[in-house]
Design a protein around this ligand. Structure first.
Ligand code: IPE
Ligand code: IPE
Ligand code: MG
Length: 251
C-alpha cells in the first residue's frame, strides 16, 4: 500500500483550533550562509505565507505568530528599522492574498510603540479583512505576555475601584477578557522553531495547557510539511488535563 502523505495522516476532527508559533532562527539561518541577519528575516516571510496557507487549508481557526517581542526593541537599531520596514511591506503585499484566502488579520501587543506608518498599514489590513471568516491570523507585535498581564491588571483594578466590578466576582473569564486575546480560544499547540526551548514572554496565560512542540528547523526553512509534522505530533499526544488515562472518553 502506498504510504499516506503527512497531510493525509492528519485527523481533521482533532485539529488544534488555535496554533501559536514562535518564529525563531532567522538570524542564525542567514549567518550560516554568510549573510546578514536581515536576509533571514526577509526569507522568513515565505514561511509565514506557507504556514498561513497550510493552516487555512486544513481548517485551523486561529494562528498566532510571534513576530516582534517587547524585548526585540533592544536589538541594534538597524535591525529594528529593517524589521519594521519589512512588516510594513509585507502587510501591504499580502493584503490581496489574505482576502483571497478569506483570512482575517488581527494584532496583539503594544501597537502604539510601532512606527506610525506601520500602525496605519496594520490598521488598514485589519479593517480590510475584518469580515473574512476562514481563519484569523494574529500577529504578536511589540508583544510580551508580562506587558499584556500588567495591562489587564490595571484594567481590572480600575474597574474594581470604580465599583463596576466586585472583587469576589473575579474569575478566569475576567482575566481572559482583559487580555489582548479576548474572544480567542487558547492555543492548544505552540510551536517554536530553531531549537530554543523557551517561551520568551509569549502568551503566558493562554499557553497554560498548550502542548509545546520544539523543532530544530530554522524559521526560514519552515514549510507546510513541518506544520503537518507538528500537528501529527500533537495528535499523537494524550491530553489528560490533570486526570488519568482511564478517565478520558474517546469522542
Ligand atoms: C526570529 O529570528 C525573528 C525575530 C525575533 C524578529 P531571530 O532574529 O531571533 O533569529 P536568531 O534566533 O537570532 O537566529
Ligand atoms: C522570540 O524570539 C520573539 C520572536 C520570535 C518574535 P527571540 O529570538 O527574540 O527570543 P530569545 O532572545 O531567544 O529569547
Ligand atoms: Mg531568536
Amino acid at each position: 500500500m502506498e504510504q499516506k502523505s503527512l497531510k493525509d495522516q492528519i485527523d481533521l476532527n482533532k485539529l488544534p483550533e488555535h496554533i501559536a508559533i514562535i518564529m525563531d532562527g532567522n538570524g542564525r539561518w542567514a549567518k550560516n550562509q554568510g549573510k546578514e541577519r536581515v536576509y533571514g528575516h526577509h526569507n522568513g516571510v515565505k514561511s509565514v505565507r506557507e504556514v498561513t496557507e497550510a493552516g487555512a487549508e486544513l481548517g485551523v481557526k486561529y494562528m498566532t505568530l510571534y513576530a516582534f517581542s517587547t524585548e526585540n526593541w533592544n536589538r541594534p537599531q538597524a535591525e529594528v528599522t529593517a524589521l519594521m520596514a519589512l512588516l510594513i511591506h509585507t502587510i501591504k503585499d499580502e493584503l490581496p492574498t489574505l482576502n483571497k484566502n478569506k483570512i482575517r488579520l488581527q494584532a496583539i501587543g503594544n501597537l502604539s510603540m510601532l512606527p506610525e506608518d506601520a500602525q496605519t498599514e496594520l490598521q488598514e489590513a485589519i479593517d480590510g479583512t475584518k469580515d473574512n471568516d476562514r481563519m484569523t491570523l494574529v500577529l504578536a507585535l511589540s508583544y510580551s505576555a508580562k506587558w499584556e498581564i500588567i495591562e489587564a491588571v490595571k484594567d481590572i483594578a480600575s474597574r474594581a475601584k470604580n465599583g463596576e466590578l466586585d472583587i469576589t466576582d473575579i474569575d478566569e473569564n475576567t482575566i481572559s477578557n482583559a487580555l489582548n486575546t479576548k474572544g480567542m480560544p487558547d492555543p492548544e499547540l505552540m510551536i517554536r522553531t530553531s531549537g530554543e526551548t523557551r517561551i520568551s514572554n509569549f502568551l503566558l496565560w493562554q499557553l497554560a495547557y498548550a502542548e509545546l512542540y520544539f523543532t530544530r528547523t530554522f524559521w526560514p526553512d519552515f514549510r507546510k510539511q513541518h506544520l503537518y509534522e507538528a500537528i501529527l505530533n500533537f495528535q499523537n499526544r494524550e491530553r489528560r488535563f490533570g486526570m488519568i488515562s482511564e478517565q478520558l472518553v474517546e469522542e
